[in-house]
Design a protein around this ligand. Structure first.
Ligand code: AMP
Ligand code: MG
Length: 408
């Protein structure tokens, strides 16, 4: 992996190094449409139909032939066309057909004139405006042609895709099985919520963050709880996770001082790289392969764990799960206060982005210490400060990344 002279690995190199090794490991299955919500499409979806399936009216009004209107005299209503009930009668010259939105236009229709542009006197309809040819007609196939690819493999099915698939009459879809991810926290100081703390203990918060993010990504989670800093127990947990899951994600125990301990164990079980990333927060990070499963070792500090998950683990899990992944859009905003920064690492500071009088403005959530969880919970974006940038003065322009679906 491309360490530079600082010994720190750039985020982009770490990400590329991981993604190069990973491939989708989830088989596909066919699921009824409602059950497929949140799953990832295993293949492209081609439209079996044309949409709309027939020429139909976009308005409530009258179907007309332009030739009949040329005389400038009222037309006689020949009958009515409703959605689901096409007009089937004769359509003699000098006549029009009353038509409702979504009704098939009768053969020969040149345009639909909206009701508001007409005056009715019994069956005699006066047209107040001259329609353009094709006006208010939704043509068959104008939205989707037969065989057109409407959704690509790798798309995660959200509420936005459901009506599209249903409109094509698609009852079942090919989707990937969920990625199975085992997790545990390491540390003798960690206690589960709902139990009392002894002096020196803290609550295990990372597992709840990681679980929540895995739920957002649609992964199946095998939660192995808290594993103390004990070689035998750690070894047993690594082996169980490797046997039962596609991926293992742990937090803690990868920083200097602890790394040797975990490293020894992991070197024996698999092939794991222990990296020092050139990002802040989130310097220590481990990635590699156990006999079966992929392994991601996140730093123990809560904010570091969330940020490294979001920036590095999320795209990696997407690839394993067969999902096409795009980062949220990055925007430019003016900072309304000075931001502390020293050159050397890419900073993911936590910020509050808002609309100011002259455009987007951003301010810090306060302490950016990687143990201060409130810096993340009060934020709605990252303030991304380039690696070589130093302190940022008030009024400077910075890059911000609003939190995407994972953190919202
Ligand atoms: P470590 O990476 O294990 O050296 O941990 C770094 C810091 O993060 C220490 O202050 C740990 O107590 C804290 N920490 C580690 N794991 C967790 C966790 N699951 N929840 C909350 N804090 C943690
Ligand atoms: Mg620890």
């Amino acid at each position: 992996m491309g360490f530079d002279t600082s010994g720190l690995l750039p985020l982009s190199d770490a990400l590329q190094g991981m993604l190069e090794q990973l491939a989708c490991c989830c088989d596909s299955e066919q699921l009824p449409l409602p059950q497929a919500l949140g799953r990832i499409l295993a293949s492209d979806i081609a439209s079996p139909l044309v949409v709309p399936p027939f020429d139909n009216s976009a308005m409530d009004g009258y179907a007309v032939r332009l030739a009949d209107l040329a005389a400038g005299i009222p037309l006689i209503m020949a009958g009515k066309a409703f959605a689901g009930q096409p007009y089937q009668g004769e359509w003699p010259a000098g006549h029009c057909v009353r038509i409702m939105t979504g009704a098939p236009v009768p053969a020969g229709t040149d345009a639909v004139v909206m009701q508001e542009e007409t005056q009715a006197d019994g069956d005699r309809i006066t047209f107040l405006a001259q329609p353009e040819p094709g006006q208010n007609i939704r043509r068959a196939g104008s939205d989707i042609g037969k065989g057109a690819c409407v959704l690509q493999a790798g798309t995660r099915l959200t509420p936005r895709e459901m009506p599209l698939l249903a409109s094509l009459g698609i009852a079942t879809v090919p989707v990937r099985r969920p990625l199975k991810v085992a997790i545990f926290s390491t540390g003798d100081e960690l206690k589960p919520v709902g139990t009392p703390l002894a002096h020196g203990d803290i609550y295990d918060s990372n597992r709840y963050g990681v679980r929540a993010m895995l739920a957002r990504l649609g992964c199946d989670c095998l939660d192995l709880g808290i594993i103390p800093d004990d070689p035998a127990q750690l070894r047993a947990a690594f082996i169980r996770a490797d046997e039962e899951a596609d991926v293992l994600i742990t937090t803690g125990g990868v920083s200097v001082g602890e790394a040797d301990f975990t490293k020894q164990l992991l070197d024996e079980l698999g092939e794991i790289g222990f990296w020092k990333l050139a990002i802040k927060p989130g310097k220590p990070f481990a990635f590699g392969r156990l006999p079966r499963a992929w392994f991601f070792g996140l730093p123990g500090n809560p904010v570091s764990a969330m940020v490294t998950f979001d920036q590095l683990v999320q795209p990696a899990l997407a690839k394993l799960a067969g999902q096409r992944f795009e980062r949220p859009l990055q925007l430019q905003a003016v900072t309304t206060e000075q931001l502390k920064k020293s050159p050397g690492r890419l900073d993911f500071q936590r910020g509050i982005l808002s609309q100011g009088p002259n455009g987007l403005e951003v301010r810090s959530t306060g302490s950016q210490d990687s143990a201060v969880f409130s810096s993340l919970s009060r934020a709605n974006c990252y303030i991304i400060l380039e690696r070589e940038r130093g302190r940022v003065a008030m009024g400077e322009t910075v890059t911000v990344e609003p939190f995407g679906g994972l953190l919202l």
